[in-house]
Write a protein that binds this ligand. Sequence first.
Ligand code: AMP
Length: 471
Amino acid sequence: MPIKKTTKTTNKKSKVMKNAPAKKKIVKKVVKAKPDDAQKNRIAKTKVISLLRGMKDSLPKEEKYWKTMHRLADSIAEAYGFAWIETPVLEESNLFVRSIGKGTDVVDKEMYVFEDKDGGKICLRPEMTASVARAYVNHGMQSLPQPVKVWYLNSMFRHDRPQAGRYRQFHQFGCESLGVKDPVVDAELIAVAYHFLEDLGLKIIVYINSIGTVEDRQNYIVELVGYLRSKRAYLCDDCKKRINKNPLRVLDCKNPDCKEVIEEAPQIIDWLSNDSRNYFMKVLEYLDDLEIPYELKSTLVRGLDYYTDTVFEFYKEDGEEGAQSALGGGGRFDGLLEQLGAKEPVPACGFSLGLERVINTLKDKDQAEGKEEEKYPIFFAQLGEQARRQTLVILEKLRKEGVMVKHNLAKTALKAQMEIADKYGADFTIILGQKEVQDGTIIIRDMESGVQEIIDQKKLVHNLKKKLGIN
Ligand code: AMP
């Protein structure tokens, strides 16, 4: 019996089916529930917050550099008779507009200016010289013996385009000498900065120039602007604008297009009055006496309005001269204090060094010399609960005696502690165990030979001082 077809074959579609519109693919739409406020808050709270652009964390691996610089700044400033000063990070923005001057990059582009809650216009300080000058005027320091010599090591803030060696918050060590105009003052400041860098192990060259008095400079600027206008076509776009805005800044341009024009520009030194020229010669004589290497740089003008006469910058001797490679700079600013309200003229001079740039230079040097990580000569290991408790007591005794030892109280196993001692490159490890606690003794292990001696705990300080060469 033939099988009765009850169903149509699937490949033979009925007429009706053929003409039917193609079946739409059903795409299931997954409707995501919008996060409610509580969820949004939770997401915001767990999102990793990044460092602000241009800012820098200084981490423990840089500790040795910062510590060295802080200590050296303190000691060199004291040796040369500079007293410490601290001024607020926030200042009235007019302080810098009036002193550094409009038309400068710092004032026009880089200052962090904002409105305070009471409507005043304030800013994060971009430098310290103006703040020190303000403090001198505010606190009537003209009644003190002159010169008033101060030093600082602080954070500055400039909203600059971040790049290697250029941050939006950075630190400067600086000295200012206010109240006396004498070439020896300028030379002393250059010497302090030079010896600070030299003591850190850097070979430094000082670039130096004189930009004369305000009048000398005005005469020179007339000449310079005439020259720059005649060469306008050969200058970069920025310098074209600078001709009218801040012509001296053209001399500082690092754009290779401008190099030739700058090299052939009239030199400010030819426009100095006799007094300024003689003054400058005397500064150079002092530097000769001090055997500080310097190079006359006719294009060095330092860009800020307040400078007069001597200006200088510090470079690594074999480093590349460029916008980001100056380790510091400074100069004389004889008119600034009167501009900020001093009743009488207060001639002054100062320098500041950029410490992040100094650190970068030191790091490069350490790397080139294959310098090892810092070593810690003594490690303190403890074994057992009683020993651990006594360790803190002994550590405090050692600290009071000026004996610094590394330790890790979170580790209990001796093996783990010995591994850490090795990592620190310790020459000796002090070991305090249960038995030693009871006997009042302590073990000193020579890490290289493995030889251990047991000594009375009372002799520990004396023994370690001898090993460390402390009197
Ligand atoms: P200045 O008085 O502007 O020449 O600054 C003195 C020194 O501070 C410079 O030579 C740099 O070493 C350092 N410095 C200036 N601006 C910055 C910056 N944005 N980031 C890091 N260091 C800086």
